[in-house]
Structure formats: structure tokens, C-alpha cells
Design a protein around this ligand. Structure first.
Ligand code: AMP
Length: 394
């Protein structure tokens, strides 16, 4: 078990906190502040317990330069409103300089400051010791609460822990609890649903999940690579040629591991990759040569819903179809609905499945929606995430 802010004395200490304030922006305005509101519990805890709070984050990809369209100033302003107290923000291109060191040293208990975008420094994403040391000198304890970047070994996510005792905030604690418990100690039956388009990316995840789950459901664009491996014709559906062999091996591995592998039995096909394209439902054996599979069909929805109804733990990563197009969103929506109505512990991987659950209005019905797309995939793959590996053990 990793230490959290609750396990250390924070009163009177300078807490250097890595948050994920990588919020979407348009014309200099924040369009969605969920990442900021999600960080509040940890920040408020630190304020209430008398820490001197120094926040840091990246935003966008300024690529090591102080490009002011990526300044964290709007985040500082939003934070002030949400916290109802001043958040000191000094924008310097080098992120840390003597003025920042002095400002951090002058903080009083319960006061908050925010550093400029850590990716203004090119050393950040290379995890160079020099910049990690510059950041670390500002604090006396490091709190990592940015799950979305925990799979990256950067100065602000991992490097600083070489110089400071490191603990997690509440967001990372929650991610590790739900994703970790699902993998190591699931209530059974444990069912995983994998979808999306990039089968190559997800093969290592499927391999790891095959060692853990009772049932593995595959949907979305990656199904067609599996169909091909089964010798079926897939028309013009999306195909990852390089992964056909691996898909075939995974089918065999599932069999020998005693894992029930569920693939769609019917699909909604279309002539073009277009919401308004002519569409029809076909069994997977009868996909016309001039059509592509865009969504799972009604028989598959039923089959998958039946499996989900038996589950006690479900992990879902990747949509069942091209859910961004309303005419091909039904399969993904029905899966989200089945999970919303289920009594199981439901864990939604970040990225597209999280977006789908939000879009269809089921977000508050899920046990846990991961805040990190890439990070949750690497976690499910069984990899040690650098930003979590550096945290102290209890
Ligand atoms: P990924 O990034 O691998 O999780 O893939 C997510 C994307 O897969 C979404 O943008 C979906 O539109 C897309 N997708 C899902 N099903 C299909 C399909 N049958 N054909 C093409 N793309 C799909």
C-alpha cells in the first residue's frame, strides 16, 4: 500500500503537489474544469491541515518553450474562485527561479501558489535531474495527484521523488484502489470489455487481462482483426494486418486459460465511414465485401448484456463502435446502460469509454471512471507506472 497525504505530517510543511491541470482551453478560456474540481479534495485537505501548498502541472505541449498560449494563469484564476482564497501565480519562463524560491519560502500555513507550466522547460519530459532538483528545493514533501501523467517518468511526476519523501493525493489513491483491487482481488465473475480501434495498442492489455478475468468481451474496431484471424471475411472494415497472428494466438490463449472469450456475432455495417451512410445489420459471417462494420448488432448487445448481468466486477476500455456518429453509437450506449444498471463494481478506463459514459449520461452510475487514458491502459497491462512506483510504501 502506498502512503497518502493522510499518512504523513503536513502541518507547517511545504507540500509540492503535482496535479493534472491539463484542461481544455478555447480562446484563453477553460471549457471544462473537471480536472481542477477533481484536484480540490487533496488541495483542501492540505490547506485544512496547515500545509504550505505549491501546485505544479503541465498543460498541452509547449515542447520545452515558454509559449504563453499554454500559461497556467487561467487555472490559477479558476482555482482562486473554487477555493475562495488567493492563489499566488508568478509566471516566469524558467518555471523556477530565485523569485519563485523566495515566494515558496515565504508561504504561510494554508496558503497556495501555482507554478507556471512545467513543460515550459525542455528538461521536464526528459526527467533531467537538474530541473527535478530545482522543483524539489521548493518543497519538503512531494504529493503526486496526477494519475493522467503517472505513466510518464518526468521531473514533476517522478524525478522530484529522488529528493523528497513522496506520497499520493486522493485522486491517485482512488485510481490505485479501484484499478488495483480489480486486477488483484476482484469479486468474481470478473469481466473485461475491450473495444476501440487500435488493437496493436491493446494486445498487451488483453494478454495481462487473460490471466485475471473470467470473461473477456471484445468489441469495436478491433473485433475485425479477430474475425480475420478466425477466417471470416470482413469487407472494408478496419483491420490491423500486423496483429492478425497475435489475435489468433490470443484466441488460443483464452481457451487454454479457461477464459470465456466473447466476440460480436452480428454487426451494423455501412458503405462509407459516415454517419449518414446507408446501413444494415449482418451476421459476422455475412459482412458484404463493399461494407464496413461500424457497430455491434442487436444480437451481440444481448449476448454482452447477458454476460454483464452475471458479472460482479467489470472493467471497460474502448467503445463498441464508432460512437461519435449517432447512427453507430447504439452498441456503446447499450453497454454503458447495462453497466449503469448493474450491481457489479464498474470501472471505466479513461479516454473514449469515459467520454462515452459521460455523453450518454451514465457517469454517476459507475463505481469508478479513471481520469487517465494511457495511464489506466498501462495499469491494466500490469506495468509499474513511474509516478506511482516512486511513492513510499506504508
Ligand atoms: P482507441 O483509441 O483504440 O480506443 O479507439 C477509439 C476509436 O475507435 C473511437 O474513435 C471509435 O470511433 C473507433 N471505433 C470503434 N469501433 C470502430 C469500428 N468498427 N470501425 C472504426 N473505428 C471504430
Amino acid at each position: 500500500m502506498k502512503k497518502t497525504v493522510r499518512d504523513v505530517e503536513v502541518r507547517g510543511k511545504r507540500a509540492l503537489v503535482r496535479c493534472d491541470f491539463n484542461v481544455p482551453m478555447q480562446d484563453g478560456k477553460i471549457t471544462d474544469d473537471i480536472r481542477i474540481t477533481s484536484a480540490l479534495p487533496t488541495i483542501k485537505y492540505l490547506i485544512d491541515h496547515g500545509a504550505k501548498v505549491i501546485l505544479m502541472s503541465h498543460m498541452g505541449r509547449p515542447k520545452g518553450e515558454a509559449k504563453m498560449e499554454y500559461t497556467l494563469k487561467p487555472v490559477a484564476e479558476r482555482l482562486e474562485e473554487l477555493l475562495g482564497q488567493a492563489v499566488s501565480f508568478i509566471s516566469v519562463p524558467e518555471v523556477v527561479n530565485q523569485q519563485i524560491v523566495d515566494a515558496a519560502g515565504a508561504l504561510k500555513e494554508g496558503q497556495v501558489m501555482l507554478l507556471e507550466n512545467v513543460r515550459f522547460r525542455k528538461e521536464e519530459t526528459k526527467n533531467e535531474a537538474g530541473f527535478a532538483k530545482e522543483l524539489a528545493q521548493l518543497g519538503e514533501i512531494f504529493v503526486n495527484d496526477a494519475f493522467g501523467t503517472a505513466h510518464r517518468a518526468h521531473c514533476s511526476t517522478a524525478g522530484v521523488a529522488d529528493y523528497l519523501p513522496a506520497v499520493s493525493g486522493f485522486l491517485i489513491e482512488k485510481e490505485v484502489k479501484f484499478l488495483g483491487d480489480a486486477l488483484e482481488n476482484p469479486q468474481r465473475p470478473f469481466v473485461a470489455i475491450m473495444g476501440g480501434a487500435k488493437v496493436g495498442d491493446k494486445i498487451p492489455v488483453i494478454e495481462n487481462l487473460l490471466k485475471k478475468v473470467d470473461t473477456l468481451i471484445i468489441g469495436g474496431g478491433m473485433s475485425y482483426t479477430f474475425f480475420k484471424a478466425m477466417g471470416l471475411e470482413i469487407g472494408t472494415s478496419i483491420l490491423d494486418e500486423d496483429s492478425i497472428g497475435l489475435a489468433g494466438e490470443l484466441i488460443k490463449k483464452a481457451e487454454s486459460a479457461g477464459v470465456k472469450l466473447v466476440l460480436p456475432v452480428d454487426v451494423v455495417c455501412a458503405k462509407e465511414f459516415d454517419n449518414n451512410s446507408e446501413k444494415k445489420v449482418c451476421d459476422r459471417e455475412n459482412i458484404p465485401s463493399d461494407m464496413m462494420g461500424m457497430d455491434i448488432g442487436p444480437k451481440s448487445v444481448q449476448l454482452i448484456s447477458d454476460e454483464l448481468a452475471k458479472a460482479k466486477t467489470v472493467v471497460w476500455n474502448g467503445p463498441a463502435g464508432v460512437f461519435e456518429m449517432p447512427n453507430f453509437a447504439e452498441g456503446t450506449k447499450k453497454i454503458a446502460e447495462a453497466l449503469a444498471n448493474s450491481q457489479a463494481t464498474t470501472i471505466i478506463g479513461g479516454g473514449d469509454s469515459a467520454a462515452a459514459v459521460e455523453q450518454f449520461g451514465f457517469a454517476d452510475k459507475m463505481t469508478h471512471i479513471s481520469t487517465g487514458g494511457g495511464a489506466s491502459l498501462e495499469f491494466l497491462e500490469g506495468k509499474a507506472l513511474p509516478g506511482i512506483a516512486v511513492l513510499e510504501e506504508k
